[in-house]
Write a protein that binds this ligand. Sequence first.
Ligand code: ZN
Length: 209
Amino acid sequence: MREKERAGEKGSVIEFQSKLPQTPVADHVREILRLLGEDTGREGLVRTPERMEKALRYLTSGYSADVQKIVNGALFDVEYDEVVIVRDIEFFSMCEHHMLPFFGKMHVAYLPGKKVIGLSKIPRIVDVFARRLQIQERLTTQVAETLQDLLSPRGVAVVCEARHFCMMMRGVEKQHSGAITSAMLGAFRNNKETRNELLSLIGPRSQTI
Ligand SMILES: [Zn+2]
């Protein structure tokens, strides 16, 4: 399946092909379990490789998702020039360094130009990029740039607060530290007053993650 993949640089879009692998993931999971010293024949593990493959395919289903199809024409010409905010969008993603979950909330705002987007589409766009192997910084940027491309708004702001299992369960083992990232485009980047006003509305409240 083909999809449009955002490249790191603003404005550039590259096509990339994502093919489902030929070799079943489950076979490799079984091998990993064996290498970890598990008895893959014991009752609790017999179907685990297949379950894990199914879970992994779901958690990475964003690779084959098509933003245009999801938006499905829900762009409307509306005269509205105040900020639109969708706050506290829950997301679950997996860090690309450890393949462990990170999860939290995303707050998305834009200042419409000529178009607005159906509000329910915004969480679905978040899921497209969350259901991939990610780093929080790129996830935040991709959501912002996708809205920029779709709507040509006067500004887009995305603030993301998340907790990372790779920090909580291993490594530094800090259970209560969250990471906050943001992407500001257009008026939210160029106008300090606009940005500050927005941050007071959607600003990070990390104690709520
Ligand atoms: Zn990690």
